[in-house]
Design a protein around this ligand. Sequence first.
Ligand SMILES: Cc1cc2nc3c(=O)[nH]c(=O)nc-3n(C[C@H](O)[C@H](O)[C@H](O)COP(=O)(O)OP(=O)(O)OC[C@H]3O[C@@H](n4cnc5c(N)ncnc54)[C@H](O)[C@@H]3O)c2cc1C
Ligand SMILES: NC(=O)c1ccc[n+]([C@@H]2O[C@H](COP(=O)([O-])OP(=O)(O)OC[C@H]3O[C@@H](n4cnc5c(N)ncnc54)[C@H](O)[C@@H]3O)[C@@H](O)[C@H]2O)c1
Length: 467
Amino acid sequence: MAAVRADTADVVVVGLGPGGEEAAGRLAEAGLDVVAVDEGLVGGECPYYGCIPSKIMVRSADLLAEGRRITGHAGTAMVHPDWRPVARTVREATADWDDKIAVDRLVGRGVRFLRGTGRLTAREEVTVADADGNETVVHARQAVVLAVGSEPAVPPIPGLARTPYWTSRDAIRVDEAPRSLLVLGGGSIGLELGQAFCRFGTAVTVVEGTQRLLPREEPEAHELLLKVLTEDGIEVHTSARVESVDYQEGTGFTLYGERGDRLVAARLLVATGRRSDLAKLGALAIEVDDEAPALPVDERLRVVPPASGRPGIWALGDVTGKGAYTHMSMYQADVVVRGILGEGGPPAAYHAVPRVTFTEPEIGAVGLTEREARERGLVVRTGLADLAASARGLTQQIGNDGFVKLVADMLSGVLVGGTAAGPYGGEVLGALSVAVHARVPLSVLRGQIWAYPTFHRAIGDALGQIG
Ligand SMILES: Cc1cc2nc3c(=O)[nH]c(=O)nc-3n(C[C@H](O)[C@H](O)[C@H](O)COP(=O)(O)OP(=O)(O)OC[C@H]3O[C@@H](n4cnc5c(N)ncnc54)[C@H](O)[C@@H]3O)c2cc1C
Ligand SMILES: NC(=O)c1ccc[n+]([C@@H]2O[C@H](COP(=O)([O-])OP(=O)(O)OC[C@H]3O[C@@H](n4cnc5c(N)ncnc54)[C@H](O)[C@@H]3O)[C@@H](O)[C@H]2O)c1
């Protein structure tokens, strides 16, 4: 028979992705009694199904692409793709999807770990149900931290739910690259995984609902990716509306478009965004709409501030809706820990959120796009520099497509956004992130010496256009 147990802790952390694990560990190291709960793998999406395995796949695929570039530029090379080493490296990096090391690390920091699903049953109470139906009702004396992350969001397209479609979690675990793959959604997941499989010989078709790939980024990023991905052999459909989906043994998946058009492939990857399940978390217990896309938080990441001896409720990571990135979850964890420990320090600020899509070319961006800056009524000037035409582009010879785009607010005289797209775009982004984060005056940036011949030197060229 299932049992019910009562427990008390200073802090209860629900969800142990990158930020939840970090917050639980630091709070325990600071001397608090911390109970931390996860129903899945400690470490969350990033190490087991997200950043790490997907970037292993991307790196292997990029090696193939580089190998194919040898002929004509440095001799001759025959490249024979083989997915088996990729699957092996992913399995090693995830310890075959086993979190023993992560649990030991957490417990070693002084955290009490409970495996189970946590649900708010009152403001200061989290009820944890394990796989056998046993419940532990944990009363929080000081704080509850909600860090439940997100899961793949699957659109309600007729027929789709009945098919054996993949989400990113399935695609990460494959033992061989599929013969052909339809990718629904031209965002980061769809493009990173789509390009990786393509380079291993999969016939890939990307189907994006809006007019552009990576629709939240600069339109120039779409133009660049469309060119490069098409050259890679990927078929890209934008402004595509899928009316229904069918799956037949043998034929595979068929997507039916609104104009009677059909796309067929052996596999279908649904990469149409992510959602957080606030109903499962019991958000109504803290009077939050459980159909909302994210938990509402203030600048200290509080959903409910502590008041008159009652604990506060904090949130961090994907569930806050501020940007579904591991670095965001870790950044917010720091703000939450300082808040709970009463250490003060700066509140969360989002004017310089960096993000990188690890396609080749990498699309690194920070802060506002040109359109977002204009919508905010800023006095916008932009600069755009082409990488292929630069000295480094010349020496690179091949695989040199890319650009740097800067977005400046001429009233405050600082950069409010920037995109570094191209080889090592995510690394070039570092310089732009510092400039946007620290609000470095344009006059100071213009006086900077940019090393020759680097890709980041294009930042100086783009600055020159802003005037
Ligand atoms: C394919 C892919 C590639 C990605 N690549 C990158 C990248 O390159 N760079 C980057 O910055 N980001 C990347 N991301 C995003 C990144 O993985 C997430 O933003 C990050 O993991 C979010 O961290 P989190 O702390 O919010 O929680 P998550 O990592 O989502 O973890 C949440 C945890 O909470 C647990 N949980 C959920 N509900 C409950 C509950 N009710 N009770 C108990 N436990 C619960 C889950 O089991 C999970 O362990 C990628 C994501 C995917 C899917
Ligand atoms: N490198 C990284 O940092 C990285 C990599 C992968 C994922 N992530 C994180 O994970 C999140 C989720 O990734 P994602 O790619 O699933 O989401 P996304 O929101 O980035 O992209 C989803 C895409 O699917 C499209 N779409 C939605 N519904 C559709 C439909 N019915 N038909 C066709 N297209 C449709 C959207 O217009 C969008 O372009 C990202 O937003 C990002 O925060 C980060």
